[in-house]
Design a protein around this ligand. Structure first.
Ligand SMILES: *Cc1c(COP(=O)(O)O)cnc(C)c1O
Length: 227
């Protein structure tokens, strides 16, 4: 299977999952997760028209952002960001993993100094696994409270990872929980730029995520192969 075949098969599966849940195909955006794969793989998929790419490490993202031949790429950071690496984050990268107050503080400070705004999603630990990243549900309101006064961070939506499970009900309940949390947050009108983005679903569970309302799916291995 070539990269192009993989890519087109993923696009078809996304379209099929949209049709199955009565959603328009354009409602769900594919983010190609290129982590650990060479920039040549990014260029190959970008040449097929793919615009959104994600990395889980900021240093690797910065490298690929600089060396990719395709210039119109929209980059996403989907892994944990250490506060001492905030300086590597550019304002045109969408951060999916804003998960704690200390990171919000650093981001707000950094982008205020630059006179820029950074766009971010709040990552929530909906699966409640203790070793999973994302803000705990119990700490969500406190983080939202801090972000409400962060003038240089625009919160656009929420992100989660489901439990690594084969049980449909378990996986879908995490995605459904993120959707409900987002609806409640939107109704509170805390963030003026809030766009209801729901970043959820990976190679193994994106069909369930689409059924539960995902607007952005993050797919790596189904396109680029195993890592
Ligand atoms: C690696 C990664 C993905 C993609 O995982 P695949 O199973 O390869 O599709 C999605 N989201 C996050 C946060 C990741 O770290």
């Amino acid at each position: 299977m070539s990269l192009g075949d993989n890519y087109h098969r993923v696009l078809e599966s996304i379209a099929a999952a949209c049709a199955k849940s009565g959603r328009a195909a354009g409602d769900v955006h594919l983010i190609a997760v290129s982590k650990t794969h060479p920039v040549a793989a990014v260029d190959a998929i970008a040449a097929l028209g793919q615009v959104d790419f994600a990395e889980n490490r900021i240093a690797e993202l910065a490298d690929k952002k600089q060396s990719a031949a395709a210039k119109g790429i929209r980059w996403h950071l989907i892994g944990q960001l250490q506060t001492n690496k905030v300086k590597l984050l550019d304002a045109d990268v969408l951060l999916h993993s804003l998960d704690r107050i200390s990171l919000a503080d650093k981001l707000d400070q950094r982008f205020a100094a630059l006179g820029q705004k950074v766009q971010a999603l709040i990552q929530v630990n909906c699966s409640r696994e203790p070793n999973k990243s994302g803000v705990a549900l119990a700490d969500f309101d406190a983080l939202v409270g801090r972000l409400a006064s962060a003038k240089n961070i625009e919160i656009k939506g929420l992100m989660t990872m489901a439990e690594n499970s084969t049980d449909e009900k378990t996986i879908r309940s995490a995605f459904a929980e993120l959707r409900e949390l987002s609806h409640k947050l939107a109704a509170r009108r805390v963030f003026s730029a809030y766009a209801g983005m729901l970043s959820m679903g990976m190679s193994g569970d994106f069909e369930y995520a689409i059924a539960e309302g995902a607007t952005h799916v993050r797919i790596g291995s189904a396109i680029f192969g195993s890592r």
